[in-house]
Design a protein around this ligand. Sequence first.
Ligand code: TYD
Ligand code: MG
Length: 450
Amino acid sequence: MARDKQVFFCKECGFESAKWLGQCPGCKQWNTFVEERVKAGAKTTSVKRDRVEPTSIRKVTASDESRIPTGIRELDRVLGGGIVKGSLVLVGGDPGIGKSTILLQMCRLLSNRGESVLYVSGEESPSQIKSRAERLGSFDRDLMLLCDCDMDNIEKEISNGDAAVVIVDSIQTMLVEEIGSAPGTVSQVREVTARLMQLAKQQGKAIFIVGHVTKEGTVAGPKTLEHMVDCVLYFEGDNSNGFRVLRGVKNRFGSTNEIGVFTMGENGLSEVANPSELMLSGRPKGVSGSVVVPTIEGTRSILVELQALVCQTNFNMPRRTSVGVDYNRVNLILAVMEKRANMNLWNFDAYVSVAGGMKISDPAVDLGVACAIYSSMNNKVIPEGTLLMGEIGLAGEIRGISSALKRVSEADKMGFTTCIMPSSSMDAAMNKLSIKTIGVSSLTEALSLI
Ligand code: TYD
Ligand code: MG
């Protein structure tokens, strides 16, 4: 009788090893190896191809991929203009964030338009899906449901059916019997994805895979799958507020870093046409430590509120915390403020946070972070119609930023009156707007304006 084989996998990148390793040779992460039992002699999918000859690029005719619009504008935007036939899309996010909801909403719109759609669920029963569907609106035409976890069966249903769009919810519940390990393990998740990939490519079906991003645990995160699929979308946002951001992090058929903004309500997710307005709603008035900064998300500019709280420390080491902005970046800005603006921050705790649960990696918010800290420390309120942008360098200089005009125009549209920005990013076109732009070239100059 064949005995089970013991294998170790890296949870981050899927690197396989016969023994446990402290550091993964593949991705250089520490403590990421997990043990799995795989049936000896288990077959894994390998794609068989005919021999192909090289072709001249000049002879290849570019085919315009045919796309199916989903009917949800924000989702289409993240996908790059609709669903591409034969593509494999991974939708990741924390449990309960709304992955099943948005996909079911998409299925509803597609099936109502006459597309044939198959929804495979390994997590919910047909009656559970039905009760969710009732909250989302009417299903005028049929949507096929398949509640199963067995990949052999699912593969057969997908191949035999005529569905052009298939949802697999979720990858962590699907099981390939031959592998022998439990559902959700790295070997299972990889095998299931490989099989779905083959189905999508061979039959030209668009397949959406749902993957839960898990905290430390035995279940493999969808991180290991990112390089296998065509498109990766992540759902972000606080579970406590209704605000959700769908972010494209990889897209073979469109631009990445586009975002779609939604709010979760009684009847599922609804699109937000003006994200800046939503992000700035509920902003406190006349309070120190609050600033508005424009960020660029994909092709759009979104205004967000940034808050800082600075208070005397009771510890030997001051505490620094950041939510939504990079922690190291905040420390760097604090150091520049100490050295270049002669501020004594060493005995002050500093907390920086982006309101609304957005995550920002745009360096143009540096000046906003510095001014929010300055404002909180000195109890100086930054006037309501003012916004700030600029990257801070180690010499205390304010460096130029990308898409400055787009940011200023958005602020103008939202009724802001003054914009403090890098002088090197000023543009003649900004004079046509009603917003007043003030160019600064150093941090001290910017702080003196507040
Ligand atoms: P769900 O799509 O099940 O999350 P995931 O598939 O990512 O795990 O989201 C479920 C959450 O959304 C749950 O907390 C209930 C909430 N919800 C609403 O607030 N309104 C609705 O109309 C629906 C369908 C769900
Ligand atoms: Mg779900």
